[in-house]
Design a protein around this ligand. Structure first.
Ligand code: NOJ
Length: 544
């Protein structure tokens, strides 16, 4: 399997990246217009979230035709041009395969509910339990039962996400064959890699029963045949050796090792999300609390060391289209915290992912009214929170922190109207700070977040120790910092990141002791070195 250790992936949410035709929606030609920017940033792969025909109930993760381009995003000719133009600049395209479920508007589902038994076997239909009761108590990801009553067929279908996203039945070999053909279709069009959406949810339990402890997740994540199905998909679509990343919901280390060990021919790397739940009170996304940095460190250590010990590989990331902006969540919306967070991730062992706008320090959306939100999950949960008795302002505060729309606001290209994203009113609005946080400004400023990202991306490419070095965590009892040592042969890198908006002390060894022992500062977000770490300071020492 090829190595991706020196590579960096950039995630594009096409709907919010660049509008080329003035309809307020980003599109594929918009991506083509911005390829020079991406090349200059230094990234290698561009992962595009779904642009396939879709009713857009879940912004394209409800696919109604896997092998076409939605006319809102352009044409197949635009896609081919994107692959070709990117290739000319040394950039490769990765696509998002949503193979756990389709849209209810997909031809397969439509045939199923209109009586075609062949297609009924593509989905998971079950009888309920007596009067109006679904087959199990499982809950879907966006709130409410994971089962929907189908009035034509007089039974229930499973949807682990929105009601418009029926789950496919992977036990049916015909389904697996169809999906392998979809992946092969895009591979044959010049796609270099794939991201697989919630791929660890494809194998459902043998017996469908109530979850007596939770919402069902534990019962259907990393199911009994998931590894076998993945190996078969990779083989039958002909993508072995290409860059692939699986999005893993509620997974564990043991399974992620199996997903990514090269000898198993499943995936090159995984997204796991435990580190992005450290601010969920009692594990509940909709209960606010400050991030628990002690827990964050523990999780980083467990996944970094655990995966590397047994030959697994992590995707390392803070942001994506489902997460609030890291700089608002773990930082203070400011430049130093954006740079510190970038340092924490980019020098770890794994492949870094940059989500559009993260490289500028783009912040949460700062919406003030529920009318500004578009996301199905946010709108559902706003209702649920009100039903639970929360006041409108409390519900709005929670949505303001946790909404996926925080990361879906238009890319901030300039201080022009609509942030240089479009000439028309965009489908979702921008925070006011686009007037200062934008590409045009940051290209001009040598101390900008953007230039810091460029430097970090290049640093990985120039330094085998970042790509391949071992990792060990230090300052383990210090709850203010995340710090680790990378080693390769006789070389050493020490990465220290202060997660507090205040001055903090190191416990294992002070900054001056590092200097006295011959370590040199080679990177940081403050110019000088002080006695203690300053607010959100990150500092990297090297020793040869
Ligand atoms: C994960 C995707 O990232 C998210 O945006 C989507 O809603 C769900 N999977 C369902 O496809």
């Amino acid at each position: 399997m090829a190595s991706f250790k020196d590579k960096v992936v950039y995630q594009i949410y096409p709907k919010s990246f660049q509008d080329s035709n003035g309809d307020g929606l980003g599109d594929l030609r918009g991506v083509i217009q911005r390829l020079d920017y991406l090349k200059d940033l230094g990234v290698d792969y561009l992962w595009l979230t779904p642009f396939f025909p879709s009713p857009q109930k879940d912004n394209g993760y409800d696919v109604s035709n896997y092998c076409e381009v939605d006319s809102r995003f352009g044409t197949m000719a635009d896609f081919d041009e994107l692959v070709k133009s990117a290739d000319e600049k040394g950039l490769k395209i990765m696509l998002d395969m949503v193979l756990c479920h389709t849209s209810d508007q997909h031809e397969w589902f439509q045939k199923a509910i209109n009586g075609d038994e062949n297609y009924q076997r593509y989905y998971i239909f079950r009888d309920g339990r007596g009067d109006n009761e679904p087959p199990t108590n499982w809950q879907c990801a966006f709130g409410g039962s994971a089962w929907q009553w189908e009035s034509h067929l007089k039974n229930w279908y499973l949807h682990l996400h929105d009601v418009s996203q029926p789950d496919l039945d992977w036990t049916n070999p015909k389904v697996r064959e169809e999906l392998a053909n979809v992946v092969r279709f895009w591979k044959d069009r010049g796609v270099a890699g794939f991201r697989f959406d919630v791929i660890n949810l494809i194998s459902k339990p043998e017996v469908f029963e109530d979850d007596t402890e939770g919402l069902g997740r534990k019962l259907f994540a990393d199911g009994p045949h998931v590894h076998e199905y993945l190996r078969e998909l990779v083989k039958n679509s002909g993508i072995d050796g290409m860059i692939t990343v699986g999005e893993m919901a509620s997974t564990d280390l043991k399974n992620c090792l199996l997903y990514t060990r090269p000898e198993d021919h499943e995936l090159s790397m995984v997204f796991s999300f435990h580190h992005l739940k450290v601010d969920y009170k009692d594990g509940d996304k909709w209960s606010l609390m400050n991030a628990d940095i002690h827990e964050l460190k523990k999780l980083f250590e467990e996944w970094q060391v655990g995966m590397s010990k047994s030959g697994g590989w992590n995707a390392v990331f803070w942001c994506n289209h489902d997460q609030p902006r890291a700089v608002s969540r773990f930082g203070d919306d400011g430049i130093e915290s954006a740079k510190m967070l970038a340092t924490t991730i980019h020098l770890m062992r794994g492949t870094p992912y940059v989500y559009q706008g993260e490289e500028l320090g783009m912040t949460n959306a700062k919406f003030t009214s529920i009318e500004q939100y578009r996301d199905v999950e946010s709108l559902n949960y706003y209702k649920i929170l009100l039903e639970q008795g929360k006041s409108e302002s409390d519900a709005l505060k929670i949505i303001g922190e946790r909404s996926r729309d925080n990361s879906r606001t238009p890319m901030q290209w300039s201080a022009e109207k609509f942030a240089g994203f479009s000439t028309a009113e965009p489908w979702i609005s921008s925070p006011k700070n686009f007037e200062t946080i934008n590409v045009e400004n940051e290209l001009r400023d040598k101390n900008s977040v953007l230039n810091f990202y460029k430097m970090l991306i290049k640093f990985r490419k120039d330094n085998p120790i970042v790509q391949d070095g071992d990792i060990e965590f230090i300052e383990r009892d210090n709850d203010d910092v995340v710090a680790y040592r990378r080693t390769l042969d006789s070389k050493e890198l020490i990465v220290i990141c202060n997660f507090r908006n205040s001055e903090v002390k190191l416990q294992d060894r002070s900054l001056s002791e590092y200097l006295a022992a011959g370590y040199k500062k080679i990177l940081g977000n403050y110019e000088s070195i002080d006695t203690n770490l300053r607010p959100y300071e990150s500092i990297v020492f090297s020793l040869n």
